[in-house]
Design a protein. Structure first.
Length: 144
């Protein structure tokens, strides 16, 4: 596609915390707390896998091995935003995120699990619809 002059828009998620906009792109390394965000995300990932979450690597379009695909999925922008929200908001507070593109199926499943494990409500407005995640379910009825 790139050879034909077609560029894919990068995934971007953002949220407002204390009157400041925090934005994340897939694979982000620029945020001032990125090390803490990555650590939180890796810890969360391990916890979710123990409760039945299985990464859906079919959503990775690159020709790489399974382990690299799982790693690639882990750093999607909405997952980074969720991890940041968990880091900086009070326990039990809802997390609200905006996203420029449609959420991928793996992120959708991941965030359903996060809502259950953390007992948090997570709202994401993506390029197609509004998702309200609560207790391992989503308001979209898994139709996105």
């Amino acid at each position: 596609m790139k050879g034909q002059g077609v560029n894919k828009e990068p995934g971007c998620s953002w949220m407002q915390i204390k009157n400041k906009i925090h934005s994340f792109i897939t694979g982000d390394k620029e945020h001032e707390q990125i090390q803490d965000i990555y650590a939180t995300l890796r810890k969360l990932y391990t916890s979710l896998k123990a409760t039945g979450y299985v990464p859906d690597t079919e959503f990775v379009l690159h020709d790489i091995d399974e382990e690299q695909k799982e790693s690639s999925l882990l750093y999607h922008s909405e997952k980074l935003a969720v991890a940041y929200g968990l880091l900086v908001t009070s326990k039990g507070m809802p997390i609200q995120i905006m996203k420029n593109l449609r959420i991928c199926g793996d992120c959708h499943t991941f965030i359903k699990f996060v809502s259950h494990v953390t007992k948090r409500e997570i709202d994401i407005r993506d390029g197609n619809r509004f998702h309200h995640f609560r207790n391992r379910s989503c308001s979209c009825g898994d139709f996105w």
